[in-house]
Design a protein around this ligand. Structure first.
Ligand code: NAP
Length: 252
């Protein structure tokens, strides 16, 4: 029970890594507040947790909206009497194209969903964590934010994910004295809907880029998020934690 009775927000909880994290955190005793746009998927994940004697509530919305970040914190305060941590994980890949061919609307969307959302989330979450006197925030960055790894057409995505590392490090420095830790998690290719699930050729291409010659499953990444949210990582803050099957040390 690594997160017993901790109140944790998980965004991007309707599928993939976020859904796996919500289930894992709840199994580890957390009370989870689930966020994403699709209510039916959130209801399904929350239902699974509540039927297994866990505690989950959900609120659908768009992470681009400042009001949504605030509403998720309000829900945690109301339902679970406070906030102990957040896995700010929602993200999108967007159009894959060389930067010279990329439209500004794609750039703006990817930066808004992946990076500005993290700024809004942290602004909403920090005051609530300060009230507890401690807390942990985790952003889902990507190996692409650290080392491109041979993935073409990822300019906006890579910039947003590199930005999350910088944001985590600044927040870590701003709030270490408040007992709040902020880290970035950098997954390698992970089998999820936006990671190419259902497209065997794409999965095969990405798997072969990894020295381990496979992609992660969502639970392997959720386990790393669990570590960063739990007291087991109590001396980690401002860290870009790479969980990428060796992708970032690839030589070829
Ligand atoms: P996924 O299954 O497609 O999940 C993406 C999640 O983000 C969904 O729950 C989606 O929910 C939510 N989301 C997207 N746009 C949103 C918005 N505007 N507002 C609210 N929620 C939004 O993909 P995933 O692979 O688990 O992705 C999770 C995170 O891991 C992302 O940040 C992604 O960049 C990162 N990542 C993935 C990989 C990989 O290979 N899969 C590798 C490195 C990093 P709704 O559609 O219901 O809104």
């Amino acid at each position: 029970m690594e997160l017993k009775n901790r109140s944790i927000i998980v965004t991007g909880a309707s599928s993939g890594i976020g859904a796996a994290a919500a289930l894992l955190f709840a199994a580890e005793g957390a009370h989870v507040v689930l966020g994403a746009r699709r209510p039916a998927e959130l209801e399904s994940i929350a239902g699974q947790i509540n039927r297994s004697n866990g505690r989950a509530v959900y609120l659908s919305g768009d992470v681009k909206d400042e009001g949504y970040a605030d509403a998720l914190v309000d829900l945690a305060m109301r339902e679970f009497d406070g906030l102990d941590g957040a896995f700010n994980n929602a993200g999108m890949v967007g159009e894959m194209a060389p930067v010279a061919d990329m439209g500004i609307s794609n750039w703006n969307d990817v930066i808004a969903v992946n990076l500005t959302s993290a700024f809004l989330a942290a602004k909403a979450q920090i005051p609530a964590l300060k009230k507890q006197g401690k807390g942990s925030i985790v952003f889902t960055s990507s190996f692409v934010g650290f080392s491109n790894g041979g993935m073409p057409g990822m300019g906006a995505y890579a910039a947003s994910k590199a930005g999350l590392i910088g944001l985590a490090q600044s927040l870590a420095s701003d709030h270490a004295a408040d007992g709040i830790r902020v880290n970035a998690l950098l997954p390698g290719g992970t089998i999820t809907p936006s990671g190419g699930e259902g497209d065997p050729a794409a999965l095969d291409f990405v798997a072969k880029l990894h020295p381990m010659k496979r992609m992660a499953n969502a639970k392997e990444i959720a386990q790393a998020a669990l570590f960063l949210l739990s007291d087991r990582s109590s001396f980690m803050t401002g860290s870009p934690m790479i969980v990428d099957g060796g992708m970032s040390v690839r030589l070829t």
